[in-house]
Design a protein around this ligand. Structure first.
Ligand code: ZN
Length: 244
């Protein structure tokens, strides 16, 4: 069967002497892996060099009994040049590619996550604070992939959380200070950090961009979101160590 879609390059690796395998996150079919035959020998064979986080229009033959398909056309649509010129921005983009690759199973469509990646890459070109955009992305992908943290009430006693509380990575939500009873293995989270997560969950991308966060809230978010994702995925996210 021949399929067509736009897709964002998550990862590539060389295959034998002349070919390359690319993993795309496509708008229509989710994560798709395919071989671009001869791309390293004949650079003009495809209308794209299949660089990471570029958006491409691809046409591919879908094999029924394999996860690896044959890509016949690949045309570049967006390259996000300003991101590539800035090391910090490139590293932030690498992190979200790795995150999507780890979270999403092969060939499961999720157009909201596709659009979230586009929103992220487009605003990363112009916004100076790359780590803030990473936080918004983390919060939104947690919701979209079923890992939304429980933040309105205490997980144990169900009381509404209005003051500082502790965050349980294991249970994915807040525990009030009474119930936490000094359990220092749980991270303290301020009301400001909690409300910024809830705000980001509830508003669209462009509205989130107008939200201003203090440095201390950003620090809390960085710690909690990075660790919560690692805990739920059950593995380290290699590019996380380069995030500032
Ligand atoms: Zn409680």
């Amino acid at each position: 069967m021949i399929l067509k879609s736009d897709g964002i390059v998550l990862k590539t690796f060389d295959l034998r002497e002349t070919s390359r395998i690319a993993i795309f996150f496509t708008k229509e079919y989710g994560k798709v892996s395919g071989v671009l035959k001869g791309i390293r020998k004949d650079h003009k064979k495809f209308g794209s060099s299949v660089d990471r986080f570029s958006v491409n229009y691809i046409v591919y033959y879908q094999y029924r009994n394999s996860d690896l398909h044959l890509i016949s056309h690949c045309d570049l649509k967006s390259y996000f040049y300003p991101i590539r010129q800035d090391l910090k921005k490139s590293l932030a983009a690498s992190y979200i590619l790795e995150l999507v690759n780890l979270i999403m199973p092969p060939e499961e469509k999720n157009e909201k996550i596709y659009n979230l990646m586009l929103d992220f890459l487009e605003s990363l070109q112009t916004q100076s604070d790359a780590s803030l955009l990473v936080h918004y992305f983390q919060i939104k992908i947690l919701s979209l992939s079923g890992f939304k943290p429980h933040l309105d009430t205490c997980l144990k006693c169900k009381a509404r959380i209005i003051e500082k509380a502790r965050f349980s990575l294991r249970e994915g939500g807040l525990v009030c200070l009474n119930c936490a009873a000094g359990d220092a293995t749980l991270e303290l989270l301020s009301p400001g950090a909690v409300s910024s997560i809830i705000y980001t969950e509830r508003h669209d991308w462009s509205t989130c961009l107008r939200l201003k966060l203090t440095e201390s809230v950003q620090k809390e978010l960085k710690y909690v979101l990075n660790n919560f994702l690692v805990f739920h995925l059950g593995r380290k996210i290699k590019s996380a160590k380069y995030l500032k």
